[in-house]
Design a protein around this ligand. Structure first.
Ligand SMILES: [Zn+2]
Length: 440
């Protein structure tokens, strides 16, 4: 395959920015380029240096004056909830029972799961998201449809068949045995195929019996390298209900701890109302708290105490996510904008470099995938996005007075959405341009 030279302003992070002036946290090339081949970044740096290094027949694509960043990473969403977005409910448990569970029942049908999977990946590409961590439905058909479409598009995705055997409609229930067997089958069929990663996915403690939690524990023991994803401490009623179902546990986090589900590959959605003891347990095991701001605001779940989690003596790892369909936007720009506003309400500063760090390298680190994604480093996957701060008339007007990279990022975060994504590259291929056209 011919090498390609992608020219533009490039921005990639090295570590979490301590503040606006922490210039060591990122590398920025005002006239930069990526040299890519066979789905990988061969080199990145100034355009002149990359031009000198590129073979004579390298194809050149010029994205100036746009900004090139690693592809966005979304660490928590629900692929069967695309038609649940914007459902009018008072709170989490009402929203689940009235809208979400009935909708997820439809994913027993392969044709429906395939149709929604097509739309799902279109939206990811449209919004500049190149990796997402998804819950499928309880049905193996939904996981098959998801991973099949991810494979077809050559995207690096993490997902799992949901395990749930109580407190939901009959059409959404498996059993401890079938959840174990079907998760094993999904792992055997899809993990490591293309760029697919399978996650062990007990939905949350309310919808799993102790027997099913033991089945999840057996899977984690058998497949210790796999991601685990579930929900934790989203809403007060949910916490009370969980503790009533597991009276022997000290608290909600301890329910999962008792089944060996805490660890560095485990992603806990929400984590809004954790006690000090629970934060210690999260920190000691390296577990990740996943903040889903648009969902937390939409369902009135609470304000994520970001600084309390990250600035304590025993810090908790955090990541950011849309939580479609409790979340209201597929855009990581919109998501981090709402995260910013939540921190404003808590009296905390959250600067734009941090936001873009988390959308890229920060979320890659939360997934322990920073060797492959979230960066423009040589040898990593050529998944990146091209951002246009003048994408709408209102953005273009504001852009006239933008004087710094920090201003530009903050404009993109505050006013941007899918229209600000000029292009999305998946494994070196311009995927947004190709939306709607049949693959070769
Ligand atoms: Zn969720």
């Amino acid at each position: 395959m011919t090498a390609t030279l992608i020219r533009g302003r490039t921005l990639s992070f090295r570590h979490a920015p301590a503040g606006l002036e922490d210039k060591g946290a990122y590398g920025y090339e005002p006239d930069g380029a990526l040299l890519i081949e066979d789905g990988l970044i061969l080199a990145s740096g100034s355009f002149d240096a990359m031009r000198a290094q590129a073979p004579d027949d390298a194809v050149e694509i010029d994205h100036r004056p746009h900004l090139i960043l690693p592809g966005f990473i979304d660490t928590h969403l629900h692929f069967p909830q695309m038609q649940v977005i914007g459902s009018y409910a008072a709170n989490l448990l009402e929203w689940l029972n009235t809208y979400t569970f009935p909708e997820e029942c439809r994913f027993v049908e392969t044709a429906h799961a395939q149709r929604i999977a097509t739309h799902f990946f279109d939206e990811m590409v449209r919004h500049g998201t190149t990796t997402a961590v998804a819950y499928c439905s309880v049905h193996k058909t939904s996981a098959d449809a998801f991973f099949d479409e991810a494979l077809r598009r050559n995207m690096r995705m993490v997902a799992g068949k949901v395990m749930m055997d109580r407190n939901a409609p009959q059409g959404l229930l498996d059993t401890p045995e079938t959840s174990y067997d079907e998760t094993r089958a999904v792992i055997a069929e899809w993990h490591g195929k293309g760029r697919n990663h399978v996650a062990i996915t007990p939905r949350f403690a309310i919808t799993s019996t102790p027997e099913q939690m033991s089945a999840a524990q057996a899977l984690v023991r058998e497949f210790p390298d796999l991601h685990v994803q579930t929900h934790l401490s989203e809403n007060r009623d949910e916490i009370d209900f969980t503790c009533s179902l597991y009276p022997e546990a000290n608290d909600y986090t301890d329910v999962y701890a008792r089944y060996g589900l805490l660890g560095p590959k485990t992603l806990f959605g929400h984590c809004i109302h954790l006690s000090e003891r629970e934060m210690d347990a999260m920190s000691e095991t390296g577990s990740v708290a996943v903040h889903c701001p648009t969902s937390n605001l939409f369902l009135g779940s609470g304000l994520f105490p970001l600084r309390t989690l990250t600035n304590r003596d025993k810090p908790v790892r955090v990541s950011f996510a849309t939580d479609i369909g409790g979340g209201t936007s597929y855009s990581m720009l919109r998501t981090l904008d709402e995260a910013y506003k939540i921190q404003q309400l808590l009296g905390e500063r959250f600067n734009p470099f941090e936001s873009f760090y988390y959308m890229t390298l920060g979320n890659a680190r939360a997934l322990s995938l920073e060797e492959r994604i979230g960066t423009l480093e040589p040898g990593t996957d050529a998944d990146f996005t091209v951002l246009d701060m003048t994408a709408t008339p209102a953005m273009a007007l504001k852009a006239e007075v933008v004087n710094s990279l920090a201003d530009e990022l903050f404009l993109l975060q505050t006013m941007g959405d899918d229209r600000a994504i000029a292009e999305t590259y998946v494994a070196g291929v311009a995927a947004k341009t190709r939306l709607g056209t049949p693959s070769p």
